[in-house]
Design a binder for this molecule. Sequence first.
Ligand code: HEC
Ligand code: HEC
Length: 299
Amino acid sequence: MSDFVNGFWAWYVTVIVVASIAYCVWVLWSNGKVKFNPGNTTGHVWDGDLQEMNNPLPKWWVGLFWITIVFAIGYAFLYPTLGTSGGQLGWTSAGQHAKEGEKLKALIAPVYEKFKGMSVEELAKDPKAQLIGDRLYQNFCSQCHGADARGGKSFPNLTDSDWLGDGSAAHIKNTIANGRMGVMPPMAAAVGTSDDVRNVAEYVLSLSGSASDPVKAALGKEKFAACAACHGADGKGNPAVGAPNLTDNIWLHGFGADFIVKMINEGKTNVMPAQQSKLTEDQLHVLTGYVWGLSHPSK
Ligand code: HEC
Ligand code: HEC
């Protein structure tokens, strides 16, 4: 009961619990005063001769009912039930979850023992490590990067050789563990007028050999200086700040002059949440081998 956002709900639950138990006690107690009497009818008769009697309930049934009441009172004191008290046992669902998690980790540790000393390259070739890596991937990564790891709009493809970071095993491991946040600030003010923004967009298109307006692109080239700090003077990107290569034909967030204008005007913040708390160190290692292997097929 101590996890509610305010005190009201703890007392709301307490009142319902106490009132329900008190009501059950009263019903049992008041019915206990009824004595057995063959002539004790309620006066209701059905089907000619079927009479409704008012006799005491069987003792075994009443006994069971009292036991449930004693159980409820005991439970209310031992477990979080009454008010904001956590109960005498100090039990919490989060605590139990953590304890069971630890038990499970200990249980699976031997499975990973053999992978501990293996390099990422070796893991990528080991069929069993790949099988486990695939399960981990489907569990923790596929909802964003896709079941085939080819990503989607704003979610990077993990099977190609185009990376926001440097694509090394260390980059992959670090990203899985700590997540990452790609930030491009809105750049319109640094570029100039809306015509300047449009011209830079045409220039960016020309970098990858995409169809673009050559006059505007030529005008935009100079203004690209505002972008060079992150994307490099040649537009080939910079893994240290996570700025993608603009000269290839791989687009993470969209494509075309209008999309690039929007990127320049609004910027972009793209976040991958850290996964560390969900994985053991051993699982992280095997998963890194699996993801590295996706873009480094051994055949
Ligand atoms: C909630 C969605 C989400 C989940 C879950 C997720 N990712 Fe990501 N991941 C992203 C986004 C978004 C990015 C791009 C971040 C950026 O733009 O900097 C990313 C980036 C990455 C990168 C860096 C790609 C590059 O080009 O440098 C790797 C590697 C990666 N994820 C692997 C994984 C793995 C492995 C898992 C499972 C353990 C996972 N991700 C789970 C959303 C997610
Ligand atoms: C402060 C660093 C920084 C500057 C300056 C910057 N960018 Fe970016 N840009 C980024 C980052 C980081 C990303 C990737 C965001 C992400 O992780 O999704 C990005 C992404 C993009 C993309 C999307 C690429 C894709 O594949 O979808 C385009 C287009 C782009 N930038 C163009 C520009 C242009 C044009 C300029 C100059 C007007 C510029 N950027 C200036 C950091 C920067």
